[in-house]
Design a protein around this ligand. Structure first.
Ligand code: ADP
Ligand code: MG
Length: 386
């Protein structure tokens, strides 16, 4: 029987988080700002979240002693990393209130389960097939090609994916993925991408951030704009309704992000979901009166959820490790002074010592009085960074 919260956890309590990445770091910042203490379980002693937290448990996600230590330190526990084994959350839940619950996280961890869940909620997703055997590979319908083969588990930032034009490429890609369980999705003509970040409380009450419009480069989020400039409001409302029904039928408690495609013909298709705050919601720290991380704190503490209000149009730019290298491949520091001279620029760095290409090192949020001004400043910032 999972532990419940008898009463709201008030400031002074210690909140635990599984995972030490940047999402955990921003969670820690939000929790501490509200007067909570934090405990981070993560094997890496120099993790982004661990550096910021009062308490650290240096352990693997599956380490029984580490889990017991985290449970001892914390009154409620959440996760910042989607691939924390659901079993670990299950173990913690015997002792402490855990949100989101292991069962909901498990659905988000498996693309096949995730798509089946979307469909069970009447939420459209891309045509797909599950590939777990040579028979299923051979039986793939022609209409799924060209497509994208994605490993069912553990993919992120476009990793664990291959675009395939025909059956030969499909077979080769599956072999290259060591015949891991996969889904093959039809390659869709994307017009825009949007996402919905919502928070759902123990009582089922639900609030969401304004809808984000996202631009990906090489499968990695590059830019988020809010308000979404190119997607009609009716479609945005439809996306929110879909995300709410996906969360409600999981009896979800916590922050959930659902990513959507808007197709060239105007249809809305759910892509994937994440059982935690999301990169596309980072702008809320600077542009909303309640951030996605404060909402995470509120859901796990059983506090009332208040509807976030966007107070400034904003553009978020991800800062990848590539910026730490010049044209010759020599390591350098990005041009922070130039960027910080621009109005409305908020710099967030995650405390990662080791910049690598494609690695998320930080982000910039530009806020301004108008969307046009936010865009103009974001373009200048991108220019300064080179
Ligand atoms: P990840 O877990 O790496 O974020 P996604 O499934 O979200 O994986 O894919 C990353 C990006 O690849 C998407 O944001 C989108 O730009 C592109 N993409 C993924 N699936 C499709 C598809 N079926 N058709 C067209 N583009 C896709
Ligand atoms: Mg994605």
């Amino acid at each position: 029987v999972p532990a419940t919260l008898p009463a709201p956890l008030l400031p002074g309590a210690t909140l635990g988080v599984m995972g030490g990445g940047q999402l955990g770091r921003m969670f820690v910042h939000a929790a501490q700002a509200m007067g909570y203490a934090t405990a981070v379980l993560e094997a890496d002693a120099a993790s982004p979240a661990g550096q910021a937290s009062q308490h650290q448990v240096l352990a693997a996600y599956t380490d029984a002693q580490g889990l017991a230590q985290l449970a001892d330190l914390s009154t409620a526990i959440t996760t910042e990393f989607e691939n924390v084994p659901a079993q670990a959350l299950q173990t913690l839940a015997a002792q402490r209130f855990v949100a989101p619950a292991a069962a909901a996280v498990a659905v988000c961890q498996d693309r096949a389960a995730e798509k089946a869940h979307f469909q069970s909620c009447g939420v459209p997703c891309a045509p797909y097939a599950v590939i777990e055997s040579a028979e299923q590979l051979a039986a793939v319908a022609d209409e799924l090609l060209p497509g994208i083969l994605k490993t069912a588990r553990l993919g992120y930032d476009g990793k664990g994916q291959a675009r395939v034009r025909n059956r030969d490429e499909l077979a080769a890609a599956w072999a290259a993925m060591k015949q891991a369980p996969c889904v093959l999705e039809k390659l869709l003509p994307l017009h825009r991408e949007i996402s919905v970040v919502l928070a759902r409380g123990i009582d089922g009450a639900c609030v969401e951030l304004p809808v984000q419009q996202n631009l990906h480069r090489d499968g990695i989020l590059a830019v988020t704009q809010v308000p979404a400039p190119d997607v009609p409001e009716a479609l945005q409302r439809q996306a929110v309704d879909c995300a709410r029904s996906v969360a409600a039928s999981l009896q979800y408690v916590g922050v959930l992000c659902v990513e959507f495609f808007v197709l060239a013909d105007g249809r809305l298709v759910a892509n994937e979901m994440a059982p935690r705050p999301h990169n596309s919601g980072h702008y809320s720290i600077d542009a909303c009166d309640v951030s996605q991380f404060e909402l995470q704190v509120r859901t796990m503490a059983g506090l009332p959820l208040v509807s976030p209000r966007l107070h400034s149009p904003s553009v978020m730019l991800n800062l990848l490790g590539d910026l730490w290298f010049d044209a010759q491949g020599h390591e350098r520091d990005p041009a922070w002074a130039g960027v910080l001279a621009l109005p409305g620029v908020h710099l967030h760095l995650y405390g990662k010592a080791d910049p690598r290409r494609g690695r998320k090192m930080g982000h910039l949020t530009v806020t301004a009085a108008s969307a046009a001004q936010a865009r103009a400043t974001a373009l200048q910032a991108a220019d300064v960074l080179g």
